[in-house]
Design a protein around this ligand. Sequence first.
Ligand code: GYE
Length: 306
Amino acid sequence: AAETDTTGNDKEAGKPLVLGFSQVGAESGWRSANTKSIQESAKEAGYDLKFSDAQQKQENQIKALRSFIQQKVDVIAFSPVVESGWDTVLKEAKDAGIPVVLTDRAVDSKDKSLYVTFIGSDFVEEGRKAGQWLSDQYKDAAEDVNIVELQGTTGSAPANDRKSGFAEVIASNPHLKVVASQTGDFTRAKGKEVMQAFLKSNKNIDVLYAHNDDMALGAIQAIEAAGLKPGVDIKIISVDAVKDGMQAASEGKINFIVECNPLLGPQLMEAAQSIVDGKTLEPRIVTIESTFTSEQAKEVLASRQY
Ligand code: GYE
């Protein structure tokens, strides 16, 4: 890539920095906010953004990455749908001399030289926060607490990590039992469908832990259709804290939300600029996040950006 000045323009040719970005899909409110953030900050930075939507399929993402390599973009960024299976295509980018930035989701590649940095949340920590709230709620429980879990997309970093962080924390209380756990693919439709099945096969569900708000929102429809009160008959914990999730929390239908910030655009543009400027980046850039109870959701709802 040619040398660029601070506005992202090629010093000699006056060409903007070319960033190839492969997005996961459009599966959730989180994803829409993330896409908007990336598109808006690229525009603001004056970069030429080549945006590609993988529709939650790894094969589409690999194709997009190969096309970015062929086009000789300055920087490739992507949010990997799943964690494994990236070494070959990442090696191709490396051999072509194109730096790669991971945003939002991680890969499990052993060779850390295959990408420059990973910008995103700590999903294990998010799972722990969800588990901690539940453990505190039921610390005096004398009977078993039946938990059902709606997992994110199978094999994705947030599904793997939100599951393990949660399991790690609730393990200290033997009454906290996950009685069913299945993927809802991070979508409302699937969240509703799987929750319907959970309700059919499990008589006494006390708690739902959903790996994102959208699946929780779909599940709420199923719970209400079954004549039960979400947030009361079944306690609900979710992750993301997007507008619709926060709305449901402020109505008491979701009891606890762990925040996951989708506004990664500005940090990504900064990283791309630093790379073409030849600066060294930290290999891990973690986003700062908090949590919300129903009361807290009510207080901040109006000021939420996404
Ligand atoms: O939580 C979910 C989305 O990778 C953090 O993907 C992201 C997750 C997010 O579909 O809503």
